[in-house]
Design a protein around this ligand. Sequence first.
Ligand code: COA
Ligand code: MG
Length: 288
Amino acid sequence: MHSRRALLYMPGDNWKMITKSVTLSVDSICMDMEDGTAVNRKAEARATIVKALQELDFGASEKLARINSVGSGFEKDDIEAVLPYHPDGIMIPKVESYEHVEWASRIIEAAELKYGWAMNSVRVLIGVETAKGILNLKEIAAHPRLDAIIFGGEDFAASVGATRTKDAIELLYAREAVVVACAAFDLQAIDIVTIDYKDIEALRVESEFGARLGFVGKQIIHPAQVEPVQTAFTPNDEAIAYAKRIVETFEASQKEGKGAYSLDGKMIDMPLVKNAQKVLARAKAAGK
Ligand code: COA
Ligand code: MG
């Protein structure tokens, strides 16, 4: 799966921001037709995204297009406009049911057949960011076509009537619900946007907290957020060295017939080894 430590949005009708995004070495670029685009600019956004898919070199960045939510009335025109130009993935926001994912999957599969593309070569990412979406996570996350679930903090707060705070305690239950669903179905969990994009320290704290919860990446909205977020979601050298030591000492202790053992005064057994292996896998995915 493509590493998605940082997923950068920009309004789909903003050619300047799209051309800037391909210079930023960001893991994923998500050209938005939904809430970042004004209602009277949807057609402009579709045409601009098509132009970007045709003309720009995205390098190693993943090229994604976010359509409007299923039932908005815009979604069909959105997906039909951009799909023929083979984005790497389609993001569906505000997903509330398995059927929402199924709707897009059928259209994508038909395009893959029609154009002779490899099956699943257009990935599906979804936003789960409403009360109904969180309640139905168990069914939604089981959809075989999915890659990632993106949790939208602002939309969720609006959906339940929560007041957003800096430490985001009001989002904790839903954030963890997304992480759990993703772990159960082997999907990537992608965390909230820090909308106060000028506060890089707040961004760093929020990214590190998200990584501790189990998120593998974060949505971002500004170029200044790329580096801090990609760093926060890459295991650091210390974490990698410790994970390697756990895996190595565990193998030796297994040979000695010991399931649990002590390392630097801490008890090590299977769950810690599994977590260490995840750290090493993440480091590898990030090219470390
Ligand atoms: N992607 C690519 N480039 C971006 C960008 C983004 N999301 N946000 C800003 N830039 C560019 C600007 O065009 C500017 O480029 P320049 O230096 O070549 O002129 C540079 O980065 C600095 O931008 P800055 O002046 O600090 O920001 P701004 O005032 O122009 O824009 C926002 C601030 C928040 C309006 C803008 O970042 C934005 O629209 N972000 C995306 C919002 C979005 O997509 N929301 C929906 C999903 S949650
Ligand atoms: Mg949103």
